[in-house]
Write a protein that binds this ligand. Sequence first.
Ligand code: TMP
Length: 216
Amino acid sequence: MASGTSNGGKFITLEGGEGTGKSTQALLLAGHLEGAGIDALVTREPGGAPGAEEIRKLLVAGAPGRWDAISEALLHFAARREHLERTVLPAIAGGQWVISDRFADSTMAYQGYGLGVERQAVEALYRIVVGTFAPDLTIILDLAPELGLERSRGGQTGEDRYERMDQAFHRRLREGYLDIARREPERCAVIEADGAIEEVEAKILATVGERLGVEF
Ligand code: TMP
């Protein structure tokens, strides 16, 4: 299946830089889907399955330069495979709508645009690990990195390895996400994330309604 699923649920991914509000918005969207009679599951990357949560610990803490960029991309894809096989695909097959706080666009943005891993390498890993499956809709929350880093909470949890990367890295991420959206406009929707939580929530609902035909 290229994108979407015929009998099962759907797959929505939320993407963006640090502090863009993805986790909050994933939970809010799940609540609205449930309200519309759709069984929704919120999950995250790296993580979302036991082995993937173990791999997450290797990625989100420690010195910014602790991994070679290709090793880092491989770790994210290893976590992704566990997440897909054990959580995402079974849930979708069972009819649930899965909302993932990050997915493969994060690897293209962070390890690709951010750390310099070649586009072809990330795309090849995608084909091996994910195949032709893809999100039905990807919402990219766009925010100036200075604002996002101010809002971000990673420092409180020790999960701040990426937040501690330099400003130029965070600027490349933002441009990378916008480029991803330009390349795949049918799958991706960019939403400005500098407003109040409720404003962003309303924009996401409108997009999900329009693109996936949900009546909220
Ligand atoms: P989180 O803070 O959104 O939970 O994500 C953990 C960090 O992992 C975040 O800083 C982004 C980073 N990340 C990548 O660098 N590549 C990836 O493929 C994924 C999924 C996350």
